[in-house]
Design a binder for this molecule. Structure first.
Ligand SMILES: [Zn+2]
Length: 118
């Protein structure tokens, strides 16, 4: 799903993007210039690999996502903001995919391994 930046105004508009077992829903609004804000929640089920035994298991997602989106190439990099560059339109699949990859790269431990040691 794509949402053109020009369709996003100052008044937050809600969106919902579903892909497989994961739902990304929230609001988009125009902040200033080429900057846009996304406030969303990602919910659903995701299969991850245990870092100890490599077994795949499901985790339930319930993550707040607060992102700044930039229409074009963002040049100044010294304000410490986490900005996602997009060209002309918001690519929901790409956003969802990168959030999912972030979670997958976290440390995960399956139930059996959680019961061992500690
Ligand atoms: Zn394990």
């Amino acid at each position: 799903m794509y949402i053109p930046f020009r369709h996003v105004g100052k008044t937050p508009q809600s969106f919902e993007h579903v892909r497989e077992d994961i739902t990304l829903k929230g609001t988009l609004s125009h902040k200033e210039g080429a900057l846009f804000q996304m406030k969303a929640v990602m919910e659903g089920r995701l299969s991850v690999a245990c870092d100890i035994c490599a077994e795949q298991f499901d985790i339930m997602l319930d993550d707040k996502i607060d992102l700044l989106l930039f229409d074009g190439i963002y040049s100044s990099s010294d304000n410490g903001l986490d900005i996602v560059e997009m060209d002309d339109k918001i690519d929901m699949d790409e956003l969802l995919y990168s959030e999912v990859e972030l979670i997958k790269s976290d440390y995960h431990r399956c139930e059996q391994c959680s019961e061992k040691d500690l």
